[in-house]
Ligand binder design. Structure first.
Ligand code: ZN
Ligand code: ZN
Length: 365
């Protein structure tokens, strides 16, 4: 293994420069190590432990564009077979080729698509930190964020999403014994998390009301949100075990805000300030039938028909206002939406509807 590491450290930057950014196979020692030899050694080790059928091992120098941070991934097939989704063990070489990490890391694409890129980086870090409360610390293991000296988005995502890692310097690559001992520890963590959380670690981060509304506005300012929302409507609502709350889709809420043209649906003349999210007016998404009532309905409450766009004051009025202040407003919104709700199999009498608001409902409901 030591020679193979050195082959990558010594040659990858030169190969990358020569190829001018294109991920072309030219059979250099670094490519040979990353794509053939290191994966083969890892496969042989898994075979020896009689667990090779559970994993896919794959090296990568990038797809189309050559990677700044090349890697060899060890994917638990039931969780994921690619680096975009789920979580996996991966050998990552830093962009400056000064070091590498064997890292239990997370795919970021699914969270990035559902929320935003910056949000995903933050939340991956949160999930990684929280995962540690379920793992026993092994000696020399690195917890959390790793420095890959990366100038690209993919590398920075790996930095943020690292859960547990071992660091090896170019000047002192690991012996086979050490490398496979470290791999054994990370595979043990991998199995533990799989046992606890299944195929992704998304339940390990929470989304506050403020974060939700700001992601919604950001998404609403993008084009084609409603097209995208159509595709994901009907997805079953999941409960985050951390908060014990249903997880709302920002894309669906964004489609509702877009449909309302960033105005308050109680009164379109209500003044709101311009938000930072691409200079649209600031409004908030509110689920008319509160999402906490999901268990009473077969059909999903997280649909555009059930989401109204409100100015911040009206939104708070609906959650915190005195009954005599909000009753007529609630009835008016209900009247406006009744038919659309019925079209989505959300049938409900007005009395029952009002009862959902009888107590103070949390704002993220
Ligand atoms: Zn609300
Ligand atoms: Zn309003």
């Amino acid at each position: 293994m030591q020679n193979l590491f050195t082959d990558v450290f010594d040659n990858y930057s030169t190969t990358r420069a020569k190829l001018g950014g294109v991920a072309k196979l030219v059979g250099t020692p670094d490519q040979n190590a990353l794509l053939e030899e290191i994966p083969h050694r890892i496969e042989a080790y898994l075979k020896k432990r009689k667990i090779s059928h559970l994993y896919k091992v794959k090296g990568s120098i990038g797809n189309g564009n050559i990677a700044r941070v090349p890697w060899v991934g060890i994917f638990r097939k039931e969780i994921t077979e690619n680096a975009e989704n789920g979580y996996y063990v991966v050998l990552l070489f830093s962009e400056d080729m000064s070091r590498c990490y064997l890292s239990l890391n997370q795919g970021i694409t699914a969270v990035e698509k559902r929320y935003t890129k910056n949000f995903a980086w933050r939340k991956m870090e949160e999930a990684a930190a929280r995962a540690w409360s379920y793992l026993d610390t092994a000696p020399d293991v690195w917890k959390g964020k790793i420095p890959l000296a990366s100038t690209g988005d993919l590398g920075r995502a790996y930095e943020a999403a690292a859960i547990a890692s071992y660091e090896y310097f170019r000047t002192n690559p690991p012996s086979d014994a050490l490398f496979f001992e470290n791999l054994t520890t990370l595979l043990k963590y991998y199995e533990r998390l799989y046992y606890l959380f299944n195929e992704n670690l998304h339940s390990l981060f929470s989304v506050s009301e403020e974060e939700f509304q700001s992601v919604v506005l950001e998404k609403a300012a993008q084009l084609n949100v409603s097209e995208h929302a159509k595709n994901i409507v009907g997805a079953p609502l999941t409960v985050n075990p951390l908060s014990n709350k249903y997880v709302r889709s920002p894309v669906v809420a964004a489609a509702a805000i877009q449909a309302a043209q960033f105005s308050c649906e109680i009164d379109a003349t209500h003044w709101t300030f311009l938000s930072r999210a691409r200079k649209q007016r600031y409004v908030e998404a509110h689920h008319l039938i509160p999402i906490s009532q999901q268990s009473r309905f077969q059909a999903s409450l997280d649909v555009v028909a059930n989401i109204v766009s409100l100015c911040a004051t009206c939104h708070r009025l609906l959650h915190y206002g005195a009954d005599n202040e909000r009753k007529s407003i609630l009835m008016e919104l209900f009247k406006q939406r009744r038919v659309r709700l019925q079209e989505h199999d959300l049938q409900i009498a007005s009395n029952d509807f009002l009862r959902f608001y009888a107590r103070t409902a949390p704002i993220d409901d």
